[in-house]
Design a protein around this ligand. Structure first.
Ligand code: ADP
Ligand code: GN1
Ligand code: MG
Length: 367
């Protein structure tokens, strides 16, 4: 095991001695390791060790304070939700919820949730239904979190007009001389700029309420029981903060309704699977009984908005030199941008069918 990891683990109150630490998962932001420890009698324990990316989360202590409040609140409802596995933080030997190294890196430790599965890409409508149910249940459970308001761990995270402005600024600055190369992609965004403030305007007019939302509902942040195929846990809680329920719904559609991986190099392989959209919508409406009519009205729009916004973010990162999202090859952010924009186009072609799906699913639950 790396000496550095061993030293970090020494700060946490783990059971036994660390024997292995393996990089884990396919998240784009934090560094995640699955850690195994062993007690003298041979009993083994599993943990999830994470370095919090402090270039993305500028105030890691606020992230951890939000997470601690979130977990305590979810934990207080355990009896009501016996199927839900709530993440459990392992504190440091000094009773803190994370630690900072001398070099300024932030680390935290969770119990590893074992015997579950996560998927980067799904094609099974039952899984899509379950994921939507799981994230809706998360929103439901968080709805009565006592004051104060959670910290905004990334300010303006889903503020589409700000994302658009940042893209234009990145294209203007063009520090890596890449703007000419992505001229078509920039044009794609500009043609749709009149839509960037739509949800935000409805929120500002008081038509759509603020809620406590997850804000990163990509499908691999849900964990499933491999036998029952139920969604048993929701992870990646760094962005749990005030937001719109529609952003969570849209982000889940973005990652479940595409027929290809987020980094698929050939956009022709990216299609929008309307049966998956139907499954996500049915699962979400089945559990998110708190939604007001305006939110239901905008479900299809939010499914379009999130791939558009995330595509903008991948494009911006490419222009800025690939510093935000982890990349594994030179133009991965361009490939990612293409999959998102291709999905946007497919959804534009399927707009009326999507609205019909929402109406059908809403009627099925008496809305
Ligand atoms: P990132 O912010 O980089 O996406 P995540 O917190 O999502 O990091 O962790 C990466 C992946 O590791 C997740 O998608 C999930 O599959 C897995 N994971 C995270 N925490 C746990 C845990 N406590 N138990 C089991 N798997 C986990
Ligand atoms: C990041 O951390 P991860 O991989 O679950 C990002 C999301 C993007 C997503 C795109 C904090 O999610 O906002 O939608 O990549 N998380 C953050 O795949 O920026
Ligand atoms: Mg994640």
């Amino acid at each position: 095991m790396e000496k550095k990891i061993e030293e970090i683990l020494a700060s946490f109150a783990v059971k036994g001695t660390p024997v292995e630490a393996k990089p884990y998962g396919s998240g784009h932001i934090n560094d995640t390791y699955r850690v195994t420890t062993e007690e003298p009698d041979g009993t083994r324990h599993l943990y999830t060790l994470q370095r919090i990316n402090h270039a993305v989360f500028r105030k890691p202590q606020q992230v951890m304070d939000n997470i601690e409040r979130t977990l305590a609140h979810l934990g207080s409802k355990a009896a009501q939700y016996p199927d839900v596995k709530v993440l459990s933080l392992v504190h440091t030997r000094e009773q803190r919820n994370c630690m900072r190294t001398f070099s300024g890196k932030w680390w935290r430790l969770y119990d590893f949730i074992d015997g579950v599965e996560s998927y980067d890409n799904v094609r099974d409508p039952d899984i899509a239904f379950e994921a939507a149910r799981g994230f809706a249940q998360f929103q439901n459970m968080m709805a009565d979190l006592p004051a104060p308001r959670l910290y905004e761990t990334i300010p303006y995270f889903h503020h589409t007009p700000m994302r658009y402005a940042t893209l234009e600024e990145a294209a203007y600055q063009d520090i890596r001389n890449r703007a000419d190369e992505v001229a078509e992609e920039l044009e794609f965004v500009r043609q749709r700029r009149h839509l960037v403030a739509h949800l935000l305007n409805r929120y500002l007019r008081g038509q759509i309420p603020e809620r406590i939302t997850h804000n990163d509902t990509k499908i691999n942040n849900a964990l499933f029981d491999p036998t029952t195929k139920r969604c048993v846990a929701v992870v990646d809680l760094d962005t749990v903060m005030p937001g719109l329920a529609l952003y969570d719904f849209g982000d889940l559609c973005r990652t479940t309704c595409s027929t290809a991986d987020e980094s698929e190099p050939d956009p022709d392989n990216v299609h929008f699977d309307i049966s998956m959209f139907e499954a996500v919508t049915a699962g979400y409406l089945d559990t998110a009984r708190f939604l007001v009519p305006a939110e239901i009205q905008e479900l299809a729009f939010s499914a379009w908005l999130l791939p558009f916004m995330v595509g903008i973010r991948f494009l911006t990162d490419y222009l800025q030199g690939d510093t935000y999202f982890k990349t594994h090859y030179p133009k991965q952010n361009v490939d990612r941008c293409h999959t998102q924009f291709r999905l946007v186009q497919c959804m534009e072609d399927a707009r009326e069918e999507m609205q019909a799906v929402v109406q059908r699913c809403a009627r099925a639950v008496g809305r």
